[in-house]
Design a protein around this ligand. Structure first.
Ligand code: AMP
Length: 125
């Protein structure tokens, strides 16, 4: 079993600097930027800089340093954009989609941070 990564996906192009992005935070291993089609007032995507296709790929092959960096960045952003309760917010949702059943559009692992309004129930269908 092997993972195959399409280096022409849109987030790979963002990482190469081929197309612009609205950066929120950047670290050695991770990049966070605003979703181009936000589902809520705060909608930020966090991606690893290395080529991982989805969550299970990242969890299997990323280094401990990459995984820690990614999770620290996610948590930091929830506080910095003010959706974390500790920062005075009302909460947020983290979502990652994988494959066709998960309705993943961009085949580079990413976590959505969504907040800033009351969200609906998680599963609609
Ligand atoms: P997913 O269905 O989980 O793969 O979600 C992909 C997300 O990427 C969607 O929410 C899109 O709005 C977002 N997206 C696509 N292209 C861009 C882009 N160039 N910059 C920022 N977000 C993007």
């Amino acid at each position: 079993m092997a993972y195959s990564y399409d280096s022409e996906n849109i987030f790979a192009k963002i990482l190469r600097g081929d197309i612009p992005n609205d950066t929120v935070a950047e670290s050695e291993y991770s990049l966070a930027f605003r979703d181009i089609n936000p589902a809520a007032p705060e909608h930020i995507l966090v991606i690893p800089k290395q080529a991982y296709v989805n969550f299970d790929h990242f969890g299997a092959e990323a280094s401990d340093a990459e995984i820690v960096d990614f999770n620290r960045m996610l948590a930091k952003i929830t506080r910095e954009v003010g959706v974390a309760q500790v920062a005075g917010g009302e909460g947020y949702r983290l979502i990652t989609n994988a494959g066709s059943h998960g309705v993943q559009d961009v085949p580079h692992f990413h976590m959505h941070i969504i907040g800033g309004r009351q969200l609906g129930r998680m599963i609609s269908t």
